[in-house]
Design a protein around this ligand. Sequence first.
Ligand SMILES: Nc1ncnc2c1ncn2[C@@H]1O[C@H](COP(=O)(O)OP(=O)(O)OP(=O)(O)O)[C@@H](O)[C@H]1O
Length: 165
Amino acid sequence: MSDKIQVAIKVRPLVTSEKDVGEFWRVNGNELYLLNNDKQPSGEIFAYDHVFANNSTNMEVFEKVVKPLVNRAVKGFNATIFAYGQTSSGKTHTMLGDQNEAGITQLAVSSMFDFMEKSLGREFLVRASYMEIYNEKVNDLLEQQNNNLKIREGDGKIVVQHLKE
Ligand SMILES: Nc1ncnc2c1ncn2[C@@H]1O[C@H](COP(=O)(O)OP(=O)(O)OP(=O)(O)O)[C@@H](O)[C@H]1O
């Protein structure tokens, strides 16, 4: 994978309030095109690194976009993934999932821990913090220091040690 920033679009299914209006976006490969009011292609086509149609799952997004970055991160490269979009566009659903499907955050974390479990003889330090940027303000910076975990090998087992109680 190259180092460039990648942009992936995930089209979400229509929510109830939008059902009367109908779909205006169509996906074709890694392109999105817009339909006009008569539901005909308007001629505007937008191309991205990846486009996921409205029936795609968070697991598909994870496999295509997130997993390669996790694989690089555990080898020591920096990686950032963030969701950007207008209100109700599906950011929370993609990042955190719901009762029916995990979000890409959970999938990324379990993938990292799978990797660490298999990497005997190496020591990992995992830190997590959580914050929200809302209306361009950083809110509720919840530095979850209690979640600082130290993972190390002990007698062939992975030991998870809480750094702070
Ligand atoms: N792939 C999906 N499948 C089913 N429902 C979805 C999907 N993506 C989003 N939704 C639904 O669309 C609505 C808006 O999604 P969500 O809350 O994730 O948006 P958001 O971008 O986080 O919004 P906000 O910025 O206002 O917090 C929710 O009811 C969510 O359940």
